[in-house]
Design a protein around this ligand. Structure first.
Ligand code: AGP
Length: 602
């Protein structure tokens, strides 16, 4: 989704902006731009497509001396991905960048137009710069004009504005979209997440909703609706190593391989002999709770679906799962005996964040399972369990799903342990399986090579059905989502037992069925479901520890002592299958078309 970078100081600004935007590339974008003001020298460059196009356009330009600068990667919401629609947007003497959506922009635009203001773009963002200049032209006071501008905006925004009228100042405001300020001596940085400023700034302040102000002479003056506000900076990590590809062809591939190591980090300090410890949660955190409601989007929603089976089976607590974008508008019945759990890799997904705010307004206790500390969802939640997956750069989520599912499994056992509703023997069995998970996640050369070879038979056909039962149904949904996202082939996840209620009509040799056939869970049932498909000539790729004669292709898995071990091992197979098919199709694996890593618009 859109990304913002800003810098005020004496260093070379073009490189700071372009490097920063590069760090945000993985979020997905379709155009980019920068604007720099040095004294009276004003420069603005924009390009559609990848950042290399912007680099090419700016190759003969360097900025020197003190200046103010802003940059942006845009993922189109209002108006096509064109240069005119790319940020920064220009007024007569000011530039603005913005993430989010200004909901009342049409009204503001109509008003400005009726006053004779001309618009170059179709975006909601351009209204901000014209409003600012309108007020500034009247008062000649830049901050006053900026303050007045943001009071007119409705919706979500994180915005930076620079103007020739105050060539030593960056104006900023945040409401509903993420924004932070980085500090290093007299240098001040802005960004929509911390990756662009890691290694540059040493301290950081994460802006809260409703905060705005300006940066000048290395200092921040901050306001909210109560007036001027003090703030406390915190130290910013300098470790960027995790964000490199480490010799893999794609970030997604690296992230699939990392899962085995990372899952140990997720468990570290939480699995102690035969007990589960979650220091993040107060001893009385679950007091009065008799139901769980989990809300998420996309892959995170699939891990939520998986956990519903675990929660009800292990904790005996009712667990409902909601797609955040549906939950928000269904007028849900919320009671304060329900713990509201959100799951999000980024912690910035707009629908999930808004659902969380709704639940909080209804008085529910909240818990987030998230990969990004200090993200909006984390800050909004009463408690958080971090998934510790490290930065995930591939737009198609892999290690985030694995670590979310692990945290949810841990949480289910923790609740059961605290409520004494699980026997020592069963807890021991579960912990034992957990400890073996890193092994089940190892990618062997043999497996990867086999999937590489096999993938060439799955490049055509009229669609894929991933089928499974119980927790392997959400895994089927996730396998299908992975394939869709990066191969652009049509794939569906389906409960295996439901195929005969309609979809089996599609079965012929051009229908590819990916059958998840665990030994430890309803094997005989799924076997007959797959036999029904085979009888109708569907092409079957079976994934199972048990040989299956009717399969056209067969991947034999190793771990067959616990459903979750089978789950994680099969998850890796589906991820590699999607990867290898998509590589053969020549697609952009890490940045698939039309997708954004972090969906900060609803
Ligand atoms: C996963 O591969 C997706 N690209 C997407 O579905 C993602 O899981 C979803 O947008 C939710 O994101 P979040 O976990 O950051 O909230």
């Amino acid at each position: 989704m859109c990304g913002i970078v800003g810098y005020i100081g004496t260093k070379e600004k073009k490189e700071i902006l372009l490097d920063g935007l590069q760090e945000l590339e993985y979020r997905g974008y379709d155009s980019a731009g920068i604007a720099i003001i040095e004294g009276v020298k004003l420069n603005n460059f924009k390009a559609i497509g990848k950042l290399k196009n912007l680099r090419e356009k700016t190759k003969n330009y360097t900025s020197d001396g003190f200046g103010i600068s802003i940059g942006h990667t845009r993922w189109a919401t209002h108006g096509k991905p064109t240069e005119l629609n790319a940020h920064p947007h220009l007024g007569a003497y000011s530039y603005v960048v913005h993430n989010g959506i200004i909901e009342n922009y049409q009204l503001l635009k109509d008003e400005l137009k009726s006053e004779g203001v001309g618009f170059l773009s179709q975006t909601d963002t351009e209204t901000i710069v014209h409003l600012f200049e309108k007020y500034h032209n009247k008062s000649n006071k830049a901050f006053e004009a900026f303050e007045k501008t943001i009071t007119k905006l409705e919706g979500a925004y994180a915005t930076l504005l620079i103007t020739e009228a105050a060539a030593d100042t960056i104006f900023f405001a945040k409401n509903g979209s993420p924004m932070l300020i980085g500090f290093d001596k007299n240098e001040v940085y802005f960004a929509s997440s911390d990756t662009p400023i890691i290694g540059k700034a040493t301290e950081v302040y994460y802006l809260e909703d409703g905060e705005y102000g300006y940066a000048k002479e290395g200092k921040i003056t901050l306001f909210n609706s109560d007036g001027k506000k003090k703030f406390t900076k915190q130290a910013l990590t300098a470790n960027k190593a995790l964000a490199q590809k480490d010799g893999y062809r794609f970030f997604m591939e690296k992230e699939i391989y990392e899962q085995s190591r990372i899952i140990s980090e997720t468990m570290m300090g939480r699995i102690l002999d035969d007990t589960i410890a979650l220091d993040e949660l107060d001893a009385n955190f679950f007091d009065g709770i008799s139901a769980l409601k989990i809300c998420a989007c996309g892959t995170s929603y699939h891990s939520a679906l998986t956990s519903a089976y675990l929660f009800e089976r292990i904790t005996k607590i009712r667990c409902d799962i909601e797609i955040a974008s549906e939950f928000r508008y269904k007028e849900p019945l919320l009671t304060d005996d329900t713990l509201f759990i959100t799951i999000s890799q980024s912690g910035e997904t707009a629908d999930t964040l808004e659902a969380l705010k709704m639940a909080k307004r209804a008085g529910l206790r909240s818990l987030s399972i998230c990969n990004v500390d200090n993200s909006s969802i984390v800050r909004e939640s009463d408690a958080t369990i971090l998934t510790r997956a490290g930065i995930e750069k591939g737009v198609a989520s892999t290690k985030a799903f694995a670590t979310q599912t692990m945290v949810l499994w841990i949480l289910a056992l923790y609740i059961a342990q605290e409520r004494k509703s699980i026997s020592k023997e069963i807890l021991h069995k579960e912990v034992d399986a957990m400890i073996h998970t890193p092994k089940a996640l190892i990618v062997t050369d043999t497996l990867h090579e086999k999937l590489h070879r096999l993938s060439k038979r799955y490049l055509h056909g009229h669609g894929f059905f991933f089928i499974g039962r119980d927790i392997f149904f959400p895994l089927a949904l996730e396998g299908a989502l992975k394939l869709k996202e990066i191969s652009y082939l049509h794939a569906e996840g389906y409960p295996a037992g439901e195929m005969k209620h309609g979809p089996i009509a599609l079965a012929d040799s051009e229908l590819f069925t990916i059958a998840l056939m665990p030994k430890t869970m309803h094997y005989e049932k799924i076997k007959s479901n797959v036999e029904e498909l085979s009888a109708r000539d569907a092409t079957i790729l079976a994934i199972s520890p048990l040989p299956f004669d009717l399969a056209d292709d067969f991947i034999q898995t190793k771990y067959d002592s616990h459903p979750m071990l089978e789950f994680f091992e099969m998850m890796v197979v589906t991820q590699l299958l999607a990867l290898e098919i998509s590589v053969r199709l020549g697609n952009d694996i890490d940045m698939p078309r039309n997708l954004a890593k972090s969906v900060t618009v609803e």
